[in-house]
Design a protein around this ligand. Structure first.
Ligand code: GLN
Length: 282
């Protein structure tokens, strides 16, 4: 089959399923499966391709609204390439703001120690460790699969010696069993979608793990738990850094104010939505 025909066929499959960017996704599938860089596809439309079945199969799976990242098993985040598969949340561009702000806040602090609650694919901890060479992180998750995938991603960038992975349920488990050092910060992109909001999410998002998305009736239950369980582990000038959901800034601020963290700063994402909140005691 000619490359042009394959491209058209993939676009067709994706279009029929109402996929938002059929051309772009068809190019990505060709790039990942046939190893033809996507910017080269249009330069070589007459190329004869033999192993096109896999590409067609992936487009067909994609038309069932399975996110492309799960099908090609990767997603770029903070300039790094992360291995992902079903069972972990796919890294989102707005979460890069959280990483950026934590790095800014750490500045030149020497040998900081951080903890992430709900590490998922590892995109936050791995990006932080990759950017700050003297940082050590504890990373927790309730899901064995998430810990396994984070390990794959940390190993890929040679960061495992500064990362401690621990299975932990932040709602039920006791922090005493964790044997933690004092922390410079606690970072988390916890589940923050309320049960009602979940119903209205895109079909693709519903293919992602519910336990990484839904947080009770209101959506802020996890922030309360994280703050309650880890506040005493923070150093005097330690901070909490959270990704937050739409309209949650005030609520999360008030959770932190109750424990004396008064100077919360909120940062917006590219869509103008309050997305990151950082607060320290002093
Ligand atoms: N930003 C994600 C979404 O709306 C939610 C991530 C989360 O709950 N932490 O799909």
């Amino acid at each position: 089959m000619k490359l042009k025909t394959l491209f058209e066929e993939l676009v067709n499959i994706l279009k029929k399923a109402d996929i938002e960017n059929p051309q772009l996704e068809a190019l990505i599938i060709i790039q990942e499966i046939l190893k033809i860089p996507k910017h080269k596809v249009f330069l070589d439309l007459d190329l004869e391709v033999k192993d096109y079945q896999e590409a067609v199969k992936i487009a067909t799976e994609r038309s069932k609204k399975i996110p492309l990242a799960y099908l090609i098993k990767k997603r770029e985040f903070f300039g790094l390439e992360f291995y992902v598969e079903e069972g972990v949340l796919i890294p989102r561009p707005e979460t890069e703001i959280l990483v950026e702000k934590v790095l800014q806040k750490l500045g030149n602090l020497k040998n900081p120690v951080g903890l992430e609650v709900g590490v998922g694919s590892g995109c936050i901890s791995v990006s932080l460790l990759h950017s700050k060479k003297d940082l050590k992180m504890y990373a927790l998750d309730i899901s064995e699969k998430a810990l396994k995938i984070t390990k794959i991603n940390a190993e890929k960038y040679n960061l495992l010696d500064r990362l401690t992975l621990i299975k932990f349920d932040v709602i039920k488990d006791d922090t005493k069993d964790l044997n933690l050092d004092k922390l410079d910060f606690v970072v988390s992109n916890p589940p923050y979608v309320s049960e009602d909001e979940y119903e209205n999410l895109q079909e693709e998002v519903k293919k992602e793990p519910k336990e990484a998305l839904i947080s009770g009736k209101v959506g802020t239950e996890f922030y309360e738990k994280i703050v309650e369980k880890f506040k005493d582990y923070l150093k005097e000038d330690g901070f909490f850094a959270f990704e937050i959901g739409i309209n949650q800034a005030e609520k999360v601020k008030s959770i932190l104010e109750k424990i004396g963290f008064k100077n919360a700063k909120v940062y917006k994402d590219l869509a103008g939505i309050d997305r990151v909140l950082i607060a320290s005691k002093i």
